[in-house]
Design a protein around this ligand. Sequence first.
Ligand SMILES: [Zn+2]
Length: 470
Amino acid sequence: MYFRLDGTTFWVLFLQIHHSLKKLFIIFLQLSNFDFMKRLLLVCFSTLLMTTLFSQLYIPIDTANFQFRKDKSKKYLEESKLFITKLKADYKGSDKSYIKTEYEKSQKEFNEEILHGDYLFDIRFDHFVDSIVARLREDNPMIPADLRFFISKNLSLNASSMGDNTFVINLGTFYYLDNEDEFATIISHEIGHFILKHQILSLQRHFKIDKVDSKKQLGKIKSDRYSRGAKALERFKAIMYSEGTINRKKEQEADSLGYTLFRNSKFHKADYLNSFILMAEYDSIKPEGLDLPIYHKIFTLPDLKFKEEWMKCEDFTGYDYSKYKPKLNSDSMKSHPENEERIARLKHLFPELSDSGEITKPGTAFIELQRIAKNELVPSLDFNEDYGGGVYLCLLNIQRDSTDNYHKQWLGHFFQKIYDARKSYTLNRYLDRVEPKDQSKSYQQFLNFMWNLNMMELKKIADYYSKKGS
Ligand SMILES: [Zn+2]
C-alpha cells in the first residue's frame, strides 16, 4: 500500500527530510545574526517540530515481505517436525496416531496462517516476550527452553497454547493490559496449560468420543474473520475448549500453577489478580462512543456540505440496548467464561491475593509496545478487510486527538475501500448492517451514517483524506 514503506525506504526518506531540514536550518543561522539564546530557542523549536512530525508518522509493521514469512514458515515446520518425532517416541497408546494426525493438521494450517500474514514478526515484541519468559524460567526450571511465541494480529485480549510448545499471543493483549506483570500472568497461565499437558489430554479424551458425533459438532464451529481459511486449526482449538466442566477444571489448574510460576519469579501479586479482573471487564466492556459533533467536524469538507439527513437512523425503538455486544470485541474469551468464579477461587487458594496492594506502573518497554499495538489496530482491521470497523476506529482516534494525521490517512484509505465496494455492490461484506440487539447506539448511528452516504460523497471523502494524509 502507498504508505506502507519498508524499513529501508523509510530511513532513506527520513534521512533525506532530516538532511534538508538541517541544511535549511544552518543556512538560516548563517543568514541571521542571532545571539546564543535565540539559537537555543530555535534548536528547541526545530526539535519539537521534528518530534511532532515523526510521532505522527507511524510506520505500520511490514508483513508484506513474503520471503521473510517463508523463512519463518520454514523454521516453524522444522521445529514442528521435531515435536512430532518426540511425540512418536513418548506416546505408546492406541491414540498415538490420532494425536499425531491432529497435530500435523493443525501445524499445516498454522503454517498457512504464517504465510498468509496473520502474525506479526517484530524484534521489539520478540525481545519483550523472551525477557518475560526468561525471567519465569530462571526461577522455574520445569519450564522448557524451546518454547516459541507468535504474536497474532487478532485484536482481542487472549492467548493460547497449542501444546506442541507453540504459543499465540494476540496483539490485543498489549493493548488492553496495563503492564509487564499482567502480561506475565497471561504467559504463566498458558505455560501452566502446557506443563500440565492439557492439550494432549484433550486429544486423548477426544479420541475416545464417538468420532461421527464429534465431527457433526465440530462442523458447526465457524472460523471468524481473524483466522480465515484456518478450519483445521479452529477444529483443533475446538477440541481443546469444547469440553465444559473438564475445561473448567483445566482452567483452574492452569490458574493455580500459573500463579505459582508467577510468584516464584517475584512478579507483583496485585497484577496477577488484576489481569483476571481486566479479562472479566473485557467480556463486558463497552466501547467509547462517537459524539455527534465529530461527524460535522470530519465530514464538512471544502467541496462537500454536511447534510443532516446523513444522520437519519432507522427506527428500532423497541429494542433493549443494554444487551449489546461491542463489535471490536466480538472474539471474546470463550474458553474463559467464569472469570468472577476464578478470581474468587484464586483468593481462596492464595489468601495473600486478597490484600495485594497497588497495580504496578508500566515500564518504558511495555509502554512502547502498547503504543505500537494501538497503532497496529488499524492495519489489522485493514488486513482482515473490516473496512467499516476501520473507519469507526479512525473516527474514535481523531475524536480523541484532532491532530492525529496517522488516523486521518487511514480514514482516506478505508473510505476508498468502502467506495470501491459500493461500486461493485459488495459493501455488505465490509460494512455491518444495523443490528440493534448486538450493537451500541453509537455504532448504530455510525452505520446509519455510512449507509446513508452516496457514491459521490464517499468518493469526495476518500479523496480528501487520502490527499491530506500523504
Ligand atoms: Zn486457559
